[in-house]
Design a protein around this ligand. Structure first.
Ligand code: IPM
Ligand code: MG
Length: 361
């Protein structure tokens, strides 16, 4: 079996972490009897510099013709002043939309070796294992009308629109219920139904899918987003699967990331179309780009998600996850998860350790 992977490293630390992750992918392929052909494309700021826009047709075509897309990170201060439609982040939004990736899975699992790296107490975070299912192609990120206009009195008015339709809510609810069924069978739907009509509809539709589509075996609860933000810090172990809107999911997944010690640990999978896209949750971290300080583990764990969800190679995925755990247990840490008595390593070295461990498992 040979798989074609579109590799889009992007900006900042993107290229460094993607390099390690691709190398892990090639190594694990050899161990499990399949091969990968990778093709690289420029996206985000790198594409702006080369072609004047963040996402070109040829990169979009490359993504569509692949079995899966591996993405690094996008953006940086260099491109901050640009208009919204040509900012690096637009490439990410464009890819999500063009590929129809409405379901973003962000598993938040604490490796017990990292319990002390979290800013929260060990007894609060230890055992955390939850999944954020974030709606990814709707809501306020894409809703119309949007934009900034000038008013007659010379001031300006900025608008974004939170909008959800029944089918959009139904399909993400189904993804979340199915995910919960494979886990501990509990789903928390997060909204702001006490204030926002669009999410009142969200709550209603999720409840109806629960009742009418045969998900009675799943325990469903609804939670307001402000309470959820608090509960994630107070008692994260109460959660199994969370399903929420695009913007709430963006915010809550960064918060949840800190339970694991560092956002540098969190992988994500974007699904729903023919081709899945896989990206670490973290950003481009321009402050440490090119210094070999970045944590490649989020992107390496992202490759494991790709193997499981797009390439049907779950044993290879497990080998990667076990190798990451073993490297952490052995005390190796990048700077973001560094502790007393741990051995500080760089991005490259961390990648090499994972590959070496994989051979021993
Ligand atoms: C994420 C990021 C993106 C988002 C940005 C970079 C557009 O924060 O994937 O969580 O808001 O979706
Ligand atoms: Mg985000």
């Amino acid at each position: 079996m040979n798989y074609k992977i579109a590799v889009l490293p992007g900006d900042g630390i993107g290229p460094e972490v993607v390099r390690e992750a691709v190398s892990v992918l090639e190594t694990v392929a050899g161990m499990h009897g399949f091969s990968v052909t990778t093709e690289e494309g420029l996206v985000g700021g790198a594409s702006i510099d080369a072609y004047g826009k963040p996402l070109t047709d040829s990169v979009l075509r490359l993504a569509k013709e692949s079995n899966a897309v591996l993405l690094g990170a996008m953006g940086g201060p260099k491109w901050d002043g640009l208009d919204y439609p040509v900012r690096p982040e637009r490439a990410l939004l464009g890819l999500r939309q063009e590929l129809g990736l409405f379901a973003n899975l962000r598993p938040v699992k604490l490796f017990s070796a990292l319990a002390a790296a979290s800013t929260l107490k060990r007894e609060v975070v230890e055992g955390t294992d939850l999944l954020v299912v974030r709606e990814l192609t709707g809501g306020i990120y894409f809703g119309q009308p949007k934009g900034v206009s000038r008013l007659p009195d010379g001031t300006e008015r900025g608008v974004n629109t939170e909008v959800y339709t029944t089918p959009e809510i139904e399909r993400i609810a189904v993804v979340a219920f199915e995910a919960a069924r494979k886990r501990r069978k509990k789903l928390t739907s997060v909204d702001k139904a006490n204030v926002l009509e669009a999410t009142e509809l969200w709550r209603k539709v999720v409840s109806r899918v629960h009742r009418e589509k045969g998900y009675e075996d799943i325990h469903l609860e609804h939670m307001l987003v402000d309470n959820c933000a608090m509960q994630l810090i107070r008692d994260p172990k109460q959660f199994d699967v969370l399903v929420t809107t695009n913007m709430f999911g963006d915010i809550l997944s960064d918060e949840a990331a800190m339970l694991t010690g560092s956002i540098g640990m969190l992988p994500s999978a974007s699904l729903g179309g023919k081709v899945g896209m896989y990206e670490p949750v973290h950003g481009s971290a321009p402050d440490i780009a090119g210094e070999d300080k970045a944590n490649p583990l989020a992107t390496i764990l992202t490759v494991a998600l790709m193997l499981r969800h797009s390439l049907d190679q779950s044993q290879a995925a497990e080998r990667i996850e076990n190798a990451v755990e073993a490297v952490l247990n052995a005390g190796y840490r990048t700077i973001d998860i560094q502790e007393k008595d741990s051995r500080l390593v760089g991005c490259r070295e961390m990648g090499r350790f994972v590959r070496e461990r994989m051979a021993q498992l």
